[in-house]
Each structure stands twice: as structure tokens, then as C-alpha cells.
Design a binder for this molecule. Sequence first.
Ligand code: NAP
Length: 327
Amino acid sequence: MRALVTTAPGGWEQTRLSDVVLRDGRPEDVLVKVHAVGLNPADHFQIEGRYPGGPKPPFVPGRDASGIVIQGDAAGHWQPGDVVVVLQSSTTDLVNGTLCEQQWFAAENLARKPEEWSHSEAAAAPLVFLTAWKALVDIGGLKPGQNVVITGASGGVGLAAVQLASAYGATVVGLSRSDDKRPGLLEAGAHHVFSPDNPHLKEQICDALRAKGVPLVVDNVGGPSLTTAVHLLGIHGRVSVVGVLAGIEAVIPIPALMFKRASIHGVLVTDDSPGRAQTAWQEIVELMDRARLRPKIDSRFPLESVAKAFEKLRTNVLGKVIVEIPA
Ligand SMILES: NC(=O)c1ccc[n+]([C@@H]2O[C@H](COP(=O)([O-])OP(=O)(O)OC[C@H]3O[C@@H](n4cnc5c(N)ncnc54)[C@H](OP(=O)(O)O)[C@@H]3O)[C@@H](O)[C@H]2O)c1
């Protein structure tokens, strides 16, 4: 069986596609033939040893996948032929990841693939959509009709948040540094798209929304973006902190926080029990299907070109980079 394996610390130097013997599964595991894997920056950080709490080599990277059950679990939750997607939860196995031809996954971390979605669309979704849902609804408390600002809106989590928030009935402001991603973000459901670098960003957003501040900012970028997020809030507003791409430290304007009675909340997708992740996934799929939306794919690569797929992930993509592993 072929798998991408990081054999020792040292990043890509120590990571290659290899023939490996499949490990034994536990009674609660299900053997899945993987058909598609959605890449995330987290996979790259794990390979480079830069992921806090990440796996120690040797490990197979990859978190998201869609595939077909070859052998079910002992309790019979899953049967051969079931078409499944791998969800993220507190019991996600970071050592035995998805970038391989076959893998054993805990039965509790599998859900049925949405029927109308292709394997690639399904593999594009779990990590980013579960994170976006948590940031918007579970932690952000978003209500239909409210305004939300999403930073890093063109990224995996950002685009998922734009789609989910607009399907949820929110008015969505997406922030992106690149003008060429603007049409794609508007098409995905953003009502307004602005550059985070505009010195008059707050006035621009408040004018567009005819509001003095926003109830929720989903911050995928971190660093100075978190400072901006607090300034954008209205009274009792909250920030859902998702990512740290622009820095792991931020200046917090305490008077703004205090006078607005605002709050800042961390989001961690693997905080959820498998049961909660299943419930969130069902809500996500129903919402996406009702709005006739699908996870957006930027590009697809065969397993043999997995290194090229990771190179692509580091460029200016809009949508997910998928590794496909046909039968
Ligand atoms: N907390 C959790 O549970 C959780 C779960 C998933 C992901 N994450 C983290 O969330 C972050 C976003 O993930 P993702 O998958 O959406 O990443 P991504 O696909 O790489 O996209 C992030 C977007 O942010 C913008 N960006 C990138 N670097 C930036 C910088 N230095 N300054 C300002 N903007 C920047 C880019 O948009 P423009 O170029 O258009 O501006 C990019 O499209 C990552 O840090 C990831 O590790 C956290």
C-alpha cells in the first residue's frame, strides 16, 4: 500500500511516498479505501514539525478524506461499500493520517458522504467547514440577519465561513489582500469584499453595513489582524480566533474591549467529541444542500504528485487543493 510517510524530524527531506505495510485495525476501526484527500496548512506544518501537539515521526500526514469502506467495525456501524468522509474530532488520529491508499479510521469519526458531492468535494470539507461552523455558530453565536466579518476570507477556513455564513442568512464581509480573489468571494456568498490593508477599513465596513460595528469577526489571520478585529466590533461583539498566519502575538486595544464589553474566543476544531462533530457535520451538509452550495476546489493532483500538490497549497489558491487516489 502506498502512503506519504514522514519518517524522521526534518520536514520534506524526510517525507516521501513509500510502499508500507498497513497496520492492524482495532475492533472499533473501519478500513477505508481512500479516494480523495483535501490538503490543509496543518498537514504541511505537521510535516515540518511546526504543529503544536503534532505527531512524532514516523507518521502518515493528512486529515481530511473521502472513500469507500472495505471492512466495517466489529459493532457493525459501517459495512463494506459504504461511502464515507473522515471527520475531525477530539479522537482524530494524527499519526495514521489520510494521505495513503487505505487506512483504518475510528468508526465514530466517519460520516456518510453527502450523496450529491463528489469524493473530492467531500474531502475538501471536514476540517475547514467544521472549524468555520464552530467559529461562526458554536462560539460566535451568529444569528441569521446579523453581520459578520471574515478575515483571510479566500483561505480554506475563510471560504468555508463565507459560504456557511451567507447560507445561514448573515450579511458577510470578506477581507482579502488580493483583488483577483474578489469575484470568487462575491460568487461564494460574500456581500462585500475589502482589502485588510485599507487604512479606512472600519469606515468602509461601517458605511457598507450602515452599522457602527459588527457583532462577530472570524479571524483566520492573527497577529495585527486580531487588533483590527477588536476595533471592528460593536457593543457586545466577539472575535472567534482561528488562525495565526500573520503572527502569534497581537496588541489588544483594552479600552475598545472594555467599553464595548467585547470578547475574544479561541476556536479549536478538535475540541469537539465525535458526537458533536457528527451533529455539526449534519447541520453543515443540510445548510450547504439547501443553499445549493458545494465546497470549492482549486486544483487536483494524483497521489504520485503529492509534493506538487503541497507546493500548490503554498501559492495563491482560492478553494481546496485535492489529492485524488482512484481505485
Ligand atoms: N483553530 C483551529 O481549529 C483551526 C482549524 C483549521 C485551520 N486553522 C488555522 O487557521 C488558519 C487559516 O487556515 P486556512 O486553511 O484557511 O489557511 P489558508 O488556506 O492558507 O488561507 C489563509 C488566508 O489568509 C490570508 N493570509 C495568509 N497569510 C497571511 C498573512 N501573513 N497576512 C494576512 N493574510 C494572510 C490569505 O488570503 P489573502 O491572500 O486573500 O489575503 C489566505 O488565503 C491557519 O493558521 C490554520 O492553521 C485553525
